[in-house]
Design a protein around this ligand. Sequence first.
Ligand SMILES: Cc1cc2nc3c(=O)[nH]c(=O)nc-3n(C[C@H](O)[C@H](O)[C@H](O)COP(=O)(O)O)c2cc1C
Length: 289
Amino acid sequence: MTDMEKLREEVAEHRTPQEDIEPLLVNRWSPRAMTGEPLDEEQYMPLFEAARWAPSSYNNQHWRFLYATREDEEFEQFADLLGEANREWTEDAAVLVTLVSKQTFDHNGEPARTHSFDAGAAWENLALEASRRELVAHAMQGFDYEAAAEQLDVPDEFSVECMIAIGERAPAETLPEELQEREFPKGRKPIDEILHHGGFADWIPLAGTDLSHSVIKITYPELSSAWVHHTSRCWCQVCKRVCQRWAAVMRQPLHWASASDPVRQVLQDNFWPYHWSISTASLQRYYWW
Ligand SMILES: Cc1cc2nc3c(=O)[nH]c(=O)nc-3n(C[C@H](O)[C@H](O)[C@H](O)COP(=O)(O)O)c2cc1C
C-alpha cells in the first residue's frame, strides 16, 4: 500500500496529490460541522503541545494562544469577536482560540520579521495534530482584530494573527444548507502554478489571465500520449501554457498537432467518442480559481 492509499475516503474523493507525500498533510482540512459537545483537557491540550514544536526564527517561539472553552465565562467574549458568518457555525465549537504573535525577539528586543510566519507554522502543527485525532481545527480571519486586541488585553508588542475553532466533528447535515455545500476538502493549485525553477522574470503566471479565447479540446483516451488541441488555433505563450498545464494535471505527455497534422486526423477518426470539450469557465472553476 502506498502512503497515498492511506487517504481518508472523504479526502480521496476530492484531493489528488501530485506526489507521494505523508497522508496526514492531505487528510487535514477545515470542516465547520461540530457537535457542540465540550472537550476534555486531555483532548485539546495535545493540539497546543503540537504547536509548541514548530520551528521559529532564533527559536523565539513568537506564538501565544489565548483560549476559552465553551464551559468558560469568557467563551461568549471570544465568540463576540467573530463576524456573523463565522458565528453561525462556531456556536458548536468546544474551544475558541485567538492566536497572537510577539513582534520582537526576546534576546535583543529587535523587530522579528518572521513573527507571523512562525505563528503560521505553529497553527499548522496544531491543525495537523487535530486532524490526526479526528477533531476539527478551523482557522478564521473573519473577526474584529482591534476588538480582540483590546478585549483580550493583548500588549502592544503582540500582533493578533487569527482565531481558531476547535471541536468534535459532526455530520455535514447539522450545518445550515449553504454551509453543507461547502463542507468538503478543497483542492489546490497545480504544482507548476506555485513552483518555478529560477526567478520570476521568465515565469508566465496564468492566474488572472483572460482565457476566453482558448476553448480547449482534450483527447485523453487509452493512448500512450495525450493529444491536446485548442480550437482557437492560437499558439501564443498563454495558450501553449494552458495546454501544458492540462498535460501536467492529467499527468500525460503532450503531443502538439497542427490542424493539418495527420496524427490529428487519425485520432479524430478513431477516438472521437473519447474527445470532449471543456470551456474555460469550467477550467477556471475546477482547476485554477
Ligand atoms: C489564516 C486563515 C484564515 C481563515 N479564515 C477563515 C474564516 O474567517 N472563515 C472560514 O470559514 N474559514 C476560514 N479559513 C479556512 C480556509 O478557507 C481554508 O483553510 C481553505 O479554504 C483551504 O481549505 P482546507 O483548510 O479545508 O484545506 C481560514 C484559513 C486560514 C489559514
